[in-house]
Design a protein around this ligand. Structure first.
Ligand code: NAX
Length: 327
C-alpha cells in the first residue's frame, strides 16, 4: 500500500460529489494500492456542513480499505492544505433570469480566491481539475492567481463530452464503446465545443468511413453532444451527476496513466487556432514522467476549423467578461 495522498474536493456535499467520493475512496481514481485522505470543502452554511457530515458518515459506513481519513471544512485554507490534487467541483449555479456575464463574475470570485489559496498552501506540484461551470474560464481564473504552480497544473474537464461522443459514435456504428478511439473534444465545455469526429477511429478505421453519413456527423451528432447536458436535465429534472463524476475519475486517472490519450482543457498556447491565453479542450498524451503533452498535427478540415473558430470566440468573449479578475 502506498502512503496516502491528499485529495481536496470542493462542493463536497453536492450531487456530483455524492457519486464521486465513493469512487475516489474505492480506488477507481488513483488505483487499488493508493490510500487517500479526503479533504472535503463546503460553503460556511449550517445546511451544507450538516449535509457534508452525512456524506462523510456514509463514506465511513462503506469501510473502504483505501480511505485513510477525512477532513470536513468550510475553510479553503484547511481544505487545500498540502493537497496533491484539488478537484474544484463546487460552483454557484445559474439562477433564474441570471445573465451569463453575472454567472461568470460570481464564479470568478470563487475561483480567484481558491486559485490563490491553492497556490499558497497545496503540496509541491499539486494538480487542479476544474468541473464547476463555466469550467474552462473558472480554470483560467484560478491559474492566473498562481505564482508557484505553473499553468499546466491547472486543467478543466471536457471528458464528459468525450465520453458522450464516444458512446454516440459506438451506437450509430453498432459497435462497443471500446471499439471507438481518438474522439477528441476541442474548445469550451458548452454547447459550442467541437467533437472532432474527423480523427475518430472505429476498430482502427476512420469513423467517417465506417459511419458514412457526413450529414449526421456534422449535424445531429455535434448538436446532440453539445446539448446532452440539457437533455439530461429535461429527462431527470437535475443536471448530470453520476456521469460527471465518472468523467472526473477518467480525467484524473488518465492524467496519471502514462500513454493515455484523452481530452482535457489546458492553456491553449495558440494551438489549433485558439487564442493563446484561453483554456481550451485539446487532445493530450500522458507521458512517462507524469506530465502531459498536447497532441499536435490533428488534421482539421474547413468544417472543423469553423467549429473551432466558434468555440474559440466564446472562450475569448468569456475571458473579456472576467478580464479585471485575471492576473
Ligand atoms: P450542486 O449544486 O449539487 O453542488 C454544488 C455544491 O458546491 C453545493 O453543495 C455548494 O454548497 C457547493 N459550493 C458552492 N460554492 C462553493 C465554494 N466556494 N466552496 C466549496 N463549495 C462550494 O451541483 P453539482 O450538480 O454537484 O454540480 C457542480 C458543478 O459542476 C456545477 O457548476 C455544474 O454546472 C458543473 N458541471 C460541470 C460539468 C463538466 O463537464 N465540466 C458537467 C456536470 C455539471 O453540470
Amino acid at each position: 500500500m502506498k502512503p496516502p495522498i491528499r485529495v481536496a474536493v470542493t462542493g463536497a456535499a453536492g450531487q456530483i460529489s455524492y457519486s464521486l467520493l465513493p469512487r475516489i475512496a474505492s480506488g477507481a481514481m488513483f488505483g487499488p494500492d493508493q490510500q487517500v485522505i479526503l479533504q472535503l470543502i463546503e460553503v460556511p452554511f449550517e445546511k451544507a456542513m450538516k449535509a457534508l457530515e452525512g456524506v462523510a458518515m456514509e463514506l465511513d459506513d462503506c469501510a473502504f480499505p483505501l480511505l485513510h481519513s477525512m477532513v470536513l471544512t468550510d475553510d479553503a485554507r484547511v481544505g487545500f492544505k498540502d493537497a496533491n490534487w484539488c478537484l474544484l467541483v463546487g460552483a454557484k449555479p445559474r439562477g433564474p433570469g441570471m445573465e451569463r456575464a453575472d454567472l461568470l463574475k460570481d464564479n470568478g470570485k470563487i475561483f480567484t480566491s481558491q486559485g490563490a489559496i491553492i497556490d499558497e498552501v497545496s503540496a509541491e506540484n499539486a494538480r487542479v481539475a476544474v468541473v464547476g461551470n463555466p469550467a474552462n474560464t473558472n480554470c483560467m481564473i484560478a491559474a492566473s492567481k498562481a505564482r508557484r504552480l505553473t499553468p499546466d497544473r491547472f486543467t478543466a474537464m471536457v471528458r464528459l463530452d468525450q465520453n458522450r461522443a464516444q458512446t454516440m459514435l459506438a451506437k450509430k456504428a453498432g459497435v462497443a464503446t471500446t471499439d471507438v478511439s481518438d474522439i477528441f473534444i476541442f474548445g469550451n465545455h458548452s454547447p459550442t465545443m467541437f467533437p472532432a469526429f474527423g480523427h475518430a477511429k472505429i476498430n482502427g478505421k476512420a469513423a467517417t468511413g465506417v459511419i458514412n453519413d457526413s450529414a449526421w456527423l456534422e449535424g445531429a451528432f455535434c448538436e446532440s453532444v453539445g446539448k446532452r447536458g440539457a437533455a439530461i436535465i429535461a429527462a431527470r429534472g437535475a443536471s448530470s451527476a453520476a456521469s460527471a463524476a465518472n468523467a472526473l475519475v477518467d480525467h484524473v486517472r488518465d492524467l496519471s496513466t502514462p500513454g493515455a490519450i484523452h481530452s482535457i482543457a489546458v492553456k491553449s498556447e495558440g494551438l489549433y487556432g485558439f487564442d493563446p491565453e484561453v483554456w481550451a479542450g485539446m487532445p493530450v498524451k500522458t507521458l512517462a514522467s507524469g506530465e502531459y503533452e498536447v497532441i499536435t498535427g490533428v488534421p482539421l478540415d474547413d468544417f472543423a476549423k469553423s467549429k473551432i473558430a466558434a468555440t474559440n470566440k466564446e472562450l475569448v468573449d468569456e475571458r473579456a467578461m472576467v478580464a479585471e479578475m485575471l492576473g
